[in-house]
Design a protein around this ligand. Structure first.
Ligand SMILES: N[C@@H](CCC(=O)N[C@@H](CS)C(=O)NCC(=O)O)C(=O)O
Length: 215
């Protein structure tokens, strides 16, 4: 099967994870961020991830892709359910994480931003949501105390999760992609339990972290 993704896209990471977790062979293709024709041609809108199934049909929506691959693969199915504390944590992070991630993801050599036109397309679109990219980047210090407090609060929730007890579940499909993206942020203070969690899931899913390129 073939998957179209962007490397910075947390929804695309969900879809990539399930292939690794289920040991399903995958041809992953990163698209340039300003390539509108490919996704529109496949599902009628400019949004990734998109899976091309073995029968040639196209499927959008990350969680549909996750559940589809989970259902056809062998091995233990994903554990169902998300703890309310994790949902609350994801909602809290969701209020500000794009202001940290978007100004960085265009600077660290990701394949969807291989051309200036692709970067310009993204910046124009996302500035409408977070404001000026340079301003957000230079204001990182104003968000780090909040981020570091939130990461500290996550430590107790991840210590025994995400494969530590052998079980990987839907919760990890939601949580890991956001933590992976936050690994772009230099100055983030990673509690060891959270870092171990990220490394466990990264290894099991085959999706690398960005810690080595944090800016
Ligand atoms: N509900 C969709 C959301 C996917 C989504 O928002 N993808 C973003 C990238 S993170 C996208 O392709 N946006 C269009 C764009 O950036 O131009 C899913 O879960 O697959």
């Amino acid at each position: 099967m073939k998957l179209y993704t962007y490397d910075h896209c947390p929804f695309c990471t969900r879809a990539r994870m399930i292939f690794g977790l289920k040991n399903q062979p995958l041809s992953n293709q990163f698209l340039l961020n300003d390539d509108e024709a490919t996704p529109i041609g496949l599902i009628g809108k400019k949004i990734l991830p998109i899976l091309i199934k073995a029968d040639g049909s196209a499927m959008g929506e990350s969680l549909d892709i996750v559940h589809y691959v989970d259902s056809i693969g062998s091995g233990t199915p994903l554990a169902a359910g998300v703890r309310p504390e994790i949902s609350a944590w994801l909602a809290r992070i969701g209020e500000y994480q794009y202001r940290l991630v978007w100004p960085r993801c265009i600077q660290i050599g990701l394949p969807e931003f291989a051309t200036q036109a692709a970067i310009d397309y993204f910046v124009a679109k996302k500035s409408a949501v977070i404001g000026d990219f340079d301003h957000n980047f230079t204001q990182t210090h104003t968000l780090l105390p909040q981020l570091n407090a939130d990461l500290a609060a996550l430590a107790a929730l991840t210590a025994s999760a995400g494969g530590a007890n052998g079980v990987i579940g839907e919760e990890d499909i939601l949580l890991f992609p956001l933590l992976r993206n936050l690994s772009m942020v230099k100055g983030a203070d990673w509690p060891s339990a959270v870092l171990n969690y990220m490394q466990r899931i990264s290894q099991r899913s085959g999706v690398a972290l960005f810690l080595d390129r944090a800016i």
